[in-house]
Design a binder for this molecule. Structure first.
Ligand SMILES: *Cc1c(COP(=O)(O)O)cnc(C)c1O
Length: 274
């Protein structure tokens, strides 16, 4: 089976599945509630295209990813390479399925981790500088060569999104402790997108943003939609708009988000960041 094919939950194996326990039932309930919210938001926005739900599993174990896969989740998000790399391997082991889900990398990424990320990730939402584009492209070249040498199939191009910083406040006026959230200035989106589009092994998919902490997300998502419209003027296939988390998925859907990244409302609270 190629890595691009994904098995349905029903095919994950005979007998009691990974979601047939108390945690599995909890995840099923929470997931159903989030899916319901997405459906309602899609309907009230008058949209016929349902956004893709990416369940953000950071800080939660591979067992939860296996449960989610059994519940029909096909897209998961992670923000740290070391954690994601181990979890992707463990999830394959637990499910006995090659590539049971697509891994979306959504966090700040150091260029020296590119070589690992291209082994498991289908998409990187957080491309925020030219040096990272070059590192990902070079890593893809080496990964395809490695696969060819091992008699493995080529992987699909790495889907890349330009992360945009939509916070209108100067750095020093932002809430303390949010750290660097990443993203390029809106004025720099075009140049970075062009570089991705020209890079071997990468596929420019669109734009991504996190709503500025403590501000109304609606104007930020409206700005992101404008940037997306400008981008598709020059790159018609780069239609993805990755926006919306547990707190603001409704506003994101109403602004046209094609991909939602929802963690807490599906998995529950995360352990405090260590
Ligand atoms: C953690 C994270 C999310 C999910 O946030 P929740 O509030 O838990 O839904 C979405 N996007 C990014 C970039 C994240 O780091």
């Amino acid at each position: 089976m190629s890595g691009a094919e994904h098995m349905s939950g029903a095919e994950l194996g005979p007998g009691p599945g990974p979601a047939d326990d108390a945690r599995g039932r909890e995840l099923a309930d929470r997931l159903a509630a989030v899916r319901q919210r997405v459906e309602e938001a899609t309907r009230s926005a008058g949209r016929s295209d349902a956004p893709t739900l990416i369940v953000v599993t950071k800080f939660h174990p591979a067992e939860d990813v296996a449960r989610l896969a059994a519940l029909g989740v096909r897209d998961v998000g992670e923000n740290r390479d070391q954690e994601a790399r181990a979890k992707a391997a463990e999830t394959e082991r637990l499910t006995g399925v090659q590539a049971p889900v697509r891994w979306h990398f959504i966090g700040q990424l150091q260029s020296n981790k590119a070589k690992y990320v291209v082994r498991y990730a289908s998409a990187v939402h957080s491309v925020d500088r030219e040096s990272l584009v070059d590192a990902l492209s070079a890593a893809m070249g080496r990964e395809q060569a490695r696969r060819a040498d091992s008699g493995l199939q080529e992987r699909d191009p790495l889907d890349c999104l330009v992360q945009v910083d939509l916070d209108p406040r100067p750095e020093q006026d932002r809430p303390a402790g949010i750290g660097a959230r990443g993203g390029v200035d809106p004025a720099a989106v075009g140049a970075l997108a062009d570089r991705i589009a020209a890079a071997d092994g990468l596929r420019l998919r669109g734009v991504m943003a996190v709503a500025p902490l403590g501000l109304d997300p609606t104007p930020a998502f409206a700005r992101l939609a404008e940037l997306s419209a400008a981008l598709t003027g020059t790159h018609p296939d780069a239609t993805w708009i990755s926006a919306g988390m547990s707190q603001d998925l409704e506003q994101a859907v109403s602004a046209g988000a094609t991909h939602l990244r929802v963690g807490t409302d599906v998995l529950g609270p995360r352990a405090p960041v260590g």
